[in-house]
Design a protein around this ligand. Structure first.
Ligand code: UDX
Length: 448
């Protein structure tokens, strides 16, 4: 099948490479000439395990090409995926500028029937807007051509995107057209062999499904963080509570880990956009607002704990930080809790020494060279001369620490664990002040 994908960002690239890998002929189009030139040379500009290999293999096999020629891209595929970015507008709504720009280009260049597939995360009602944008261009050209618009949201996790694309739990398609259903069956056939994963539904339901999925997951996290905050005040250990509730299969063990707040490109943006959609619809979506508020509060917890540990005297202190990305296995720092912490520490006059297995370059790009930030290549380096260590991201390599050595290296024996990675008894036995999330400890100020 011939497939065109607009947008060679995260979602577009993964979709293009995975569809080419099962034998489709895929053209990825992007307006960014530099990006396309890099991709043509087999250089993938984002960090995603397995993606570069997949891109290169399929380029070599001639099934995956990159172009800036929009007319050529429109004439190539019967399926025209829109996978461009939908950043947040100032009011929290999703900015559809790029999506509608692509829709217009399709209307401007198409010469025969096309199926336009909304892959980008877009608010309910976008497919109709896309349809109107295409129709307006066709009108302008004075041509009458048939086309369909369907919604096919993605459910990819950064760091596991290829796995999620190939072995995800469902493929949601919003359409009422039999022709679209037939084409989408052919497109996803190779990924739909073991069990029926295709779910056809109305366009609006598909659009809302994506937001509902992310809002539900964000709610689970904010819920357990709320319980964690309560556990701290009540002298309970949220990790025990988490296991206690997770054992009920109706609740489950997955995706209910307390921490220093969710980040990334999806949850914060999509929860905000859903709140905005609700407002527009005149519905006071109280739970969605609460999820956002709890997360905002949670992201400031690590700084608050440091303030308590150092009795508010953070000026002149050096804080070591492990983990900059919003989660492990990515270099993405969008909305990462580490950023909130670093910015608060700088504001308070403290220095930061940070280590991350992948995100140092991204951190440098975001904050540039500054005297109060040192980025190191090895995790031990950032401990030298530091008063305390804060763990922001649960990279696998952080799971084991020589706590005695840590105590001897730090200027004050304080370990703040934003991801509940360690056993409190073991850390405390080594003579470190250990403060995690929701584990019932009152923080003892240290002199340093
Ligand atoms: C998410 C969704 O999982 C995915 O389906 C959607 O398509 C895009 O958004 P992603 O943002 O890549 O994917 O990361 P995810 O692994 O879901 O983690 C999101 C955030 O939640 C991270 O900051 C993570 O640290 C946090 N989290 C996750 C928790 O705090 N506790 C958990 O139990 C799980």
């Amino acid at each position: 099948m011939r497939i065109t994908i607009f947008g060679s960002g995260y979602v577009g690239l993964v979709t293009g490479a995975c569809l080419a890998d099962v034998g489709h002929d895929v053209v990825c189009a992007d307006v960014d000439e530099q990006k396309v030139a890099r991709l043509q040379a087999g250089d993938v500009p984002i960090f995603e395990p397995g993606l570069e290999n997949l891109v290169r293999q399929n380029q070599k096999a001639g099934r995956l090409t990159f172009t800036t020629d929009i007319a050529e891209a429109v004439s190539f595929g019967i399926l025209q995926f829109i996978a461009v970015g939908t950043p947040s507008d100032e009011d929290g709504s999703a900015d559809l500028r790029h999506v509608l720009e692509v829709a217009k280009s399709i209307g401007r260049h198409m010469t025969e029937y096309r199926i336009i597939v909304d892959k980008s995360t877009v608010p309910v009602g976008t497919a109709s807007k896309v349809g109107r944008a295409v129709a307006a261009e066709l009108d302008e050209r004075g041509v009458a051509l048939e086309f369909d618009v369907c919604s096919n949201p993605e459910f990819l996790k950064e760091g596991a995107a290829i796995e999620d694309f190939s072995r995800g739990s469902r493929i949601v398609v919003g359409t009422d057209s039999e022709r679209v259903k037939f084409a989408m069956r052919e497109c996803y056939g190779p990924y739909n062999r073991q069990q029926e994963k295709l779910m056809f539904m109305s366009v609006r339901s598909a659009e809302l499904t994506k937001y509902a999925a992310n809002a539900m997951l964000a709610t689970k996290i904010s819920f357990i963080n709320e319980i964690a905050n309560l556990a701290e005040r009540l002298g309970a250990d949220v990790e025990e509570v988490r296991r206690g509730i997770g054992s009920d299969p109706r609740i489950g063990y997955h995706f209910i880990y307390p921490g220093c707040g969710y980040g990334g490109s999806c949850f914060p943006k999509d929860v905000k956009a859903l709140a905005h959609t609700a407002k527009q619809a005149g519905y006071p979506a109280e739970m969605i607002h609460a999820v956002e508020r709890i997360n905002a509060r949670q992201k400031s917890k690590l700084f608050e704990k440091l303030c308590l540990a150092f009795d508010g005297k953070l000026a002149g202190k050096t804080i070591a930080l492990w983990g900059l990305s919003f989660k492990p296995d990515t270099d993405d720092m969008r909305e990462a809790p580490s950023r909130e912490l670093m910015e608060a520490l700088w504001q308070a006059g403290a220095r930061v020494q940070a280590y991350d297995p992948e995100a140092s370059d991204e951190c440098r790009r975001l904050y540039g060279n500054r005297d109060d930030l040192m980025l190191a290549e090895r995790r031990e380096e950032v401990l030298e001369g530091a008063h305390a260590l804060v763990v922001c991201t649960e990279w696998k390599a952080f799971r084991t620490i020589d706590f005695e050595r840590l105590r001897d290296t730090l200027l004050a024996p304080v370990l703040i664990d934003g991801r509940n990675l360690y056993q409190p008894d073991t850390v405390k036995a080594a003579g470190l002040g250990y403060y995690a999330i929701g584990r019932g400890d009152s923080i003892q100020p240290v002199l340093a």
